[in-house]
Structure formats: structure tokens, C-alpha cells
Design a protein around this ligand. Structure first.
Ligand code: LLP
Length: 420
């Protein structure tokens, strides 16, 4: 459930009419709903109520400081994957004691940053990384709190590009070798083993892969504990999907039940790293139709938003619902259209053969479920601006990131000295 509904004939985010924001700041822009973010966080929290759990929001899904702060105010921790995300999480007020650092290629600088900030845990994904971390922690005279990320070799049954738990994926340490690695880590004097971590993919729409992966994790924990390793903490990653178009997804409550059923008796503390589930449906991309064009075989609605603003359709063939900002009359005429952006390639397509109420140039559309992996993945391709982000609360809105114009970016470019 989200808080983007028609009110008095027009789409509103909570009690704020979308067209008022569009009039004030222009399009395109991202618009997020505070109540939706808060609701999704609470639903996930309730789903885990019986477990000793900390929710570390996966900042990569939407890293705007105002969004992170909204969650930090509810008690969320953060899962970060770069120094930049760590800086953002701290700026948003997430305590270091609730921050996890994940990622397959953390640099020495990033590991040093994480150790300096004294964060909760660093999820190590390889033996070379473990060696480097031990060396850096040693040079700082401290011990690094490490969770070993296992690769359970489980197919998450999601899009190939966001599957991370198969043996051929670059992530984690293969589950059959984890015992050996944990044992060897015992002899590293600046590594403290705080547990195991796992994340098998994103936008999972079935519980079975989670179930299979948790069973494998439990086997590994049992073997390690029998060998005297404590394994006090289990980080179960993120990955629970959201309904983008018509697909149904398991509820957080069902997911929580599976966790409790399989891992609940392990006497461990749990960490979770949800991203999309918290913010995905809490955001829309608001755009105007620049032209309605009759092609040879199709009618095209050409938007002022493009693939550089929202990459998901072109990158993962993702289908986001699209709705008019002005509420159509019941029984309004539907037209079959392709909804496209202005960028000079055919992958700049948001929807193909979509039945939409008749729309014309100047009309506003909302591309839904754009709160996760939307603004964060935007680029300036075709020298387009980075578009604004707006956060709504009740009947108020705030611009939480300004539009960044090409002029600003061009200022960072220099002619080589042989040209000046
Ligand atoms: N933890 C780790 C270690 C991750 O790699 C990810 C996502 C998450 C947590 C959060 O997963 P979530 O709960 O959001 O599914 N750009 C893609 C998604 C990439 C996900 C990368 N890792 C998309 O737009 O679908």
C-alpha cells in the first residue's frame, strides 16, 4: 500500500497535489511519500517482531540523506557499500553502531574509513579482502568486526542481472569453503568473527529461494559452531520484492515466518538489509508529455523523462505502472501507446503497447514504484540534468535535492592545456 491516490480528481502524494509541485518546480522530478516510507519500515519491523533483529536499510536503493534520516528517526540502521554511502548514513544520523559495510570490492581507503568510524560490522567477501582488512586494522592497533558473506549457490529466480547467490556470481565466499576460511581467520589477530552474512538477490517474488538459502545457512552455522566458532550474528541481506505491475509478492509477514521457522532457534542476533521493500513504492517519477506522435505502426507518448532518469526499464526490462496525474473519467477512452523518452536510442522506452486513457502533449504522467533504484541510478546521458527529488509529508513538500543542471557539470570540465 502506498499514499499516491487520486483526490478531488487529481493524483496526490498524501495530501499534496502532484500538479502543484509540477507547477512550482517543473518536470521531471522524483516525488517520495514520507508516510509510505514509514509504513513500509513498520510493516517489515512488525514482520520480525519475534526475532532479535536490527533493520539496516540498504542505502543503495535511495541514498538521499532526507530519506535515510526519515528511516533513522524510526530506529533504522544502514547497510552501505561505499565510503560515499557511509558518509550519507552518518550525516543522516544513523549511529555507527548500526551500520554494516557490504560489497565485493571495498578499497583500502573504504575499509580504513569504516574502521575509523567504528561501524558495527564489515561483511567480508573474499580471502584477499580479509588479509587486507587484517593488515589495516593491525596498523590502526584495533580489531575489525567481520561477518563472512557466504555464497550459498542458490538461484533466487529473479532477473539474471540482480541474482547474487549462485556459484557463478561474484559475491561471497562459496559455502563449501566457508569453514576453512573462518578457521584460517582465527589466526588473524586483528579480525573478530561476529557472524555470517548472505544476500542472494533482489526483487525476489517467491519465498522458496529464501527458504533454501536459510536452510543452507543453518547447516553452515551448525557445522561452524560444532567446531567451536561462536557465530553470534546472522545478516540475512535484503531482496524481498515488490509488486511492480501485476505480479504478486510474498508479504513481509510471510517472509518473517520463514526466517523464524528455519533460523529462529539458532540463538543468534539477526540483521536485515531491505532496500526496495522500504522505498520502492514510496516514490514516483513525475513527467510531462512533450509530444504525442503518430508513428507508422504506433502512437508514441514522448516524455520529458528518459532512461537516464530511470534506468530500470532499459536495464532490466522492468515494467513500472504509469498513470495520468489528472484522474480519468470512468469509462475514459483507452489508447494503445508506447511511452518513451527523448534519448536517442530505442532502449529509452518506459512501456510498450500500453493501454492508457487518452493523453496529449502537456499532460502529466506518474511512473510508479520509482522510489528504489531510480534517482540513485540516474546519469546525465545526452547532457541532461539530474532531476530534483521532492519529499512530501502530509500537505507539505520539500525539495530534498535540487535539479543539477548541465551547466554545473560542464564547470568541472577543462580544455587540455594544448587547446587553451
Ligand atoms: N544487501 C546487499 C548486499 C545488496 O547487494 C542489496 C542490493 C541489498 C541488500 C538490497 O536489496 P533489496 O532489498 O533492495 O532487493 N538496481 C537493481 C537492484 C540492485 C540490487 C543490488 N543489491 C534494480 O533496480 O532492480
Amino acid at each position: 500500500m502506498d499514499h499516491f491516490d487520486y483526490k478531488n480528481g487529481a493524483l496526490a502524494a498524501e495530501d499534496m497535489p502532484i500538479s502543484d509541485i509540477a507547477e512550482a518546480i517543473g518536470t521531471p522530478f522524483y516525488c517520495y511519500s514520507t508516510a509510505t516510507i514509514e509504513r513500509h519500515y513498520r510493516v517489515f519491523e512488525e514482520a520480525l517482531a519475534g526475532l532479535p533483529a536490527t533493520i539496516c536499510y540498504a542505502v543503495k536503493a535511495n541514498s538521499n540523506v532526507a530519506v535515510i534520516k526519515t528511516l533513522a528517526d524510526l530506529g533504522a540502521g544502514a547497510d552501505v557499500v561505499s565510503s560515499g554511502e557511509l558518509t550519507r548514513a552518518l550525516k543522516a544520523g544513523v549511529p555507527a553502531s548500526k551500520i554494516i559495510f557490504s560489497g565485493v570490492g571495498k578499497t583500502r581507503d573504504e575499509l580504513t574509513h569504516a574502521l575509523k568510524e567504528n561501524i558495527l560490522q564489515i561483511n567480508v567477501e573474499s580471502e584477499p579482502e580479509l588479509q587486507v582488512l587484517n593488515e589495516i586494522a593491525g596498523s590502526m592497533g584495533i580489531t575489525a568486526p567481520v561477518a563472512f558473506r557466504i555464497n550459498p549457490d542458490i538461484d533466487a529466480h529473479t532477473h539474471n542481472k540482480i541474482s547474487t547467490g549462485r556459484s557463478e556470481d561474484k559475491f561471497g565466499i562459496e559455502w563449501t569453503r566457508i569453514h576453512e576460511v573462518v578457521k584460517a581467520a582465527n589466526s588473524l589477530s586483528h579480525i573478530e568473527n561476529v557472524g555470517l552474512a548472505m544476500h542472494i538477490g533482489s526483487q525476489l517474488t517467491e519465498l522458496e529461494p529464501f527458504r533454501d538459502a536459510f536452510i543452507r545457512l543453518k547447516d553452515v552455522v551448525t557445522i561452524l559452531r560444532a567446531d567451536g566458532h561462536k557465530i553470534p550474528r546472522l545478516d540475512l541481506g535484503g531482496g524481498l520484492g515488490i509488486p511492480y505491475d501485476t505480479a504478486t509478492t510474498p508479504s513481509p509477514a510471510e517472509y518473517g515466518k520463514v526466517v523464524a521457522e528455519i533460523l529462529g532457534d539458532l540463538d543468534a542476533d539477526f540483521l536485515f538489509e531491505p532496500g526496495r521493500l522500504i522505498v520502492g513504492n514510496a516514490g514516483i517519477l513525475v513527467t510531462s508529455i512533450v509530444y504525442a506522435k503518430e508513428g507508422a505502426t504506433r502512437r508514441f507518448l514522448i516524455l520529458d523523462a528518459a532512461m537516464n532518469d530511470l534506468m530500470r526499464p532499459s536495464l532490466y526490462e522492468a515494467k513500472h505502472d504509469i498513470m495520468p496525474v489528472s484522474e480519468p473519467n470512468s469509462g475514459a477512452n483507452l489508447e494503445r501507446v508506447n511511452v518513451v523518452g527523448p534519448v536517442c536510442e530505442t532502449s529509452d522506452t518506459f512501456a510498450t503497447e500500453l493501454d492508457l486513457p487518452s493523453a496529449e502533449a502537456g499532460d502529466l504522467l506518474a511512473i510508479r514504484s520509482a522510489g528504489a533504484y531510480g534517482a540513485v541510478m540516474a546519469s546525465t546521458y545526452n547532457s541532461r540534468a539530474l532531476i530534483p527529488e521532492v519529499l512530501v509529508k502530509g500537505d507539505a513538500y520539500s525539495i530534498i535535492r535540487e535539479r543539477i543542471e548541465p551547466d554545473t557539470l560542464i564547470k568541472y570540465e577543462n580544455l587540455p592545456n594544448w587547446n587553451s
